[in-house]
Design a binder for this molecule. Structure first.
Ligand code: MG
Length: 286
């Protein structure tokens, strides 16, 4: 099942997406009142088969299909080839890092598929893209074991960890450089985990104006999805709706010489096998 969140006639709703038919099945009465992600899980527990109102994708504005209880949880340097392009050397220490690098993105940075990503030229001159698989948590848990980790996953979506590289470097802590408004597109929908055989074996790619930039597989993560859930949940409760961005492979704009940072008018697309395509156009803030 593909779960979408969208705006139509100024009202926010949730629905079940049928990509082939270009239709969203919804219930405009019930699905406009959702406040927490556990309600999404409850209402869609029968796979959304009771929803009969049909809306065309062409008539809606998509929103990010998540309601996290904490900042977006992110992993830094989780693909070895991305470390090499970023640090410019073959750093064996990073390859054998036992603990993942965690940081977060402010909830105020979230955008939906199709919504613009702003350059914020007053704040940054080096905005970059990062294609990432995102895990959506479906069950509350703390100190989760590796064996049980996937029981806590509700589904998967696509996240573009848009980053202001100059701010990321200047402030040392990455939070500000990762959290400018609109710099966290998520979507276009959540695919429930029953439709994804192995989250750690999915092709992942990004395109800028149709040019292939990142081209990898989630099997190349150094800390896999189970390991990330184990590590994050040690002493910290994960709640339904929380989102884990699992890191990006090589091919980001910063890794080119000279760098290929985003500019107004660029069309970004992140594609993950079995999920779909997250599309956002870059716009000037001037
Ligand atoms: Mg990232």
């Amino acid at each position: 099942m593909k779960i979408v969140r969208f705006i139509i006639n100024g009202e926010e709703h949730w629905g079940r997406a049928d990509e082939e038919k270009n239709i969203i099945y919804t219930d405009t009465e019930r699905l406009s009142r959702i406040k927490v992600f556990t309600e999404v899980i409850d209402i869609f527990s029968d796979n959304g088969s009771q929803f009969t109102d049909e809306i065309s994708f062409d008539d809606v504005e998509l929103l990010a299909p998540v309601i996290p209880t904490k900042n977006i949880l992110c992993i830094g340097k989780n693909y070895y080839d991305h470390i090499i392009e970023f640090d410019g050397s073959d750093s064996q220490a990073e390859r054998v890092r036992e603990t993942p690098i965690f940081f977060s993105k402010a909830l105020s940075s979230i955008a939906g598929s199709g919504q613009p990503v702003l350059l914020h030229e007053n704040a940054s001159s080096s905005v970059d893209y990062e294609a990432e698989l995102a895990v959506v948590i479906g069950k509350k848990g703390i100190n989760i074991s590796r064996e049980d980790a996937l029981d806590y996953v509700y589904g998967y979506t696509i996240l573009n960890d848009v980053t202001a590289r100059d701010l990321q470097a200047a402030h040392q802590q990455w939070f500000k450089g990762k959290s400018l408004d609109t710099h966290c597109p998520i979507g276009p929908w959540i695919v429930t985990k029953d439709e994804i055989e192995d989250g750690n074996n999915l092709k992942i790619a990004s395109f800028i104006n149709g040019e292939l930039r990142q081209n990898a597989n989630t099997s190349l993560m150094m800390h896999d999805i189970k390991a990330l859930i184990v590590s994050l949940s040690k002493g910290m409760t994960l709640n339904p709706g929380d989102v884990i961005a699992t890191g990006t492979p090589s091919g980001v704009g910063h890794g080119f010489n000279p760098p290929k940072y985003l500019k107004a008018g660029d069309k970004m697309e992140v594609v993950i096998e079995g999920i779909g395509s997250l599309k956002n156009e870059v716009k000037s803030s001037l």
